[in-house]
Design a binder for this molecule. Structure first.
Ligand code: 9Z3
Length: 306
């Protein structure tokens, strides 16, 4: 695990190209955070989706981490409407993979008709979803920042974590972040056209410890541990908790992530959250329970520090 100091992290991030709309995004985040700080509101900064690792500067090919973006998107919805955050539910700052965002918006508008044709959903059917979305946007409860590459992601992670650093903030890291990348100086500028392709990737410095040690020491930091082998999940998640010092680690296995997650907390037994097939059948989502648990624990954290 290539951990790095805050200084090395700053250097690593500064060596990567910034997203084109970084300055505009910074302005929007500053404005959003200042507004809610004045109101004394809670804030949840949610990251969602995979991080694309470009192989070329003018990118035609890239590597990606698996993530549909559902965990982050549904969790953001749950943060907004969560009943267990009994006082004020947090306002949401959602850092979301652009391609995922567009894909899900588009596919949500599609339906398969009884004859098997794919048709646009009737306007009526999507009205409640879109109107809810419009309302949260117009009430300034939601700010969306789009990203696509690992480079964009780390720039925004650093920027936003520093800006939301407050005990009223939850940093909820659901994005699936690549462990490997090609440094910009090693990348081909144009589309690679060699007869065969050998890739040498470098390890991305581990920024997870820096998130709460340096950028957001007051925030309540929740990270996710993803494994494909359930036998090693719990132990690796506990190691991650110890190593990075986050307040919570949510452990999940790729194949069962929608029906079971573990909440790992310091000096506590792990808590298993399960969504039964019956609950799923009725349209239930595991994020409702998960976000409820996170909000409850964040409340205890605030009281402990306040
Ligand atoms: C997760 O574990 C998320 O729960 C999923 C959600 C990506 C599995 P979907 O987007 O899936 O709903 O399809 N996110 C974190 C994954 C990750 O990269 N974790 C790193 C690790 O396990 C630490 S940051 O080492």
């Amino acid at each position: 695990m290539a951990d790095c100091s805050a200084l090395e992290a700053e250097g690593f991030i500064a060596s990567l190209p910034r997203p084109g709309d970084f300055d505009k995004a910074r302005e929007n985040v500053e404005h959003f955070v200042a507004h809610h700080a004045k109101e004394g509101n809670k804030l949840a900064f949610v990251t969602s989706g995979g991080t694309m690792v470009p192989l070329e500067m003018n990118t035609v090919r890239y590597l990606d981490n698996f993530s549909t973006g559902s965990r982050g998107a549904i969790s953001a919805e749950q943060f907004i409407s969560n009943g267990l955050c009994s006082d004020i539910p947090p306002q949401i700052l959602l850092l979301v993979t652009l391609s995922q965002n567009i894909d899900s918006t588009q596919t949500d508008l599609l339906e398969v008709s009884p004859s098997g044709d794919v048709v646009m959903t009737t306007r009526e059917a999507i009205k409640p979803v879109l109107s809810k979305y419009k309302i949260v946007l117009s009430c300034n409860k939601l700010l969306l920042i789009g990203y696509s590459s690992l480079f964009d992601y780390v720039h925004y992670l650093q920027l936003i974590t520093k800006l939301v650093n407050n005990i009223n903030s939850i940093v909820f890291l659901a994005a699936a972040v690549s462990d490997y990348y090609i440094p910009p100086e090693d990348m081909s500028e144009h589309k690679i056209s060699s007869p065969s392709l050998k890739l040498e990737l470098q390890k991305v410095p581990k920024l997870l410890g820096i998130v709460n040690n340096d950028w957001g020491p007051l925030a309540y930091v929740v990270s996710f541990k993803l494994e494909t082998d359930s036998a090693v999940l719990s132990e690796r998640a506990r190691n991650a908790l110890r190593h990075y010092g986050h307040q919570l680690v949510i452990a999940n296995t790729l194949s069962t992530r929608k029906s079971q997650v573990l909440i790992i907390e310091r000096d506590k037994e792990e808590v298993s959250i399960v969504l039964s097939p019956e609950e799923a059948e009725k349209g239930g989502v595991i994020e409702e329970k998960l976000v409820g648990q996170v909000c409850k624990r964040h409340g205890i954290y605030i009281n402990g520090l306040g």
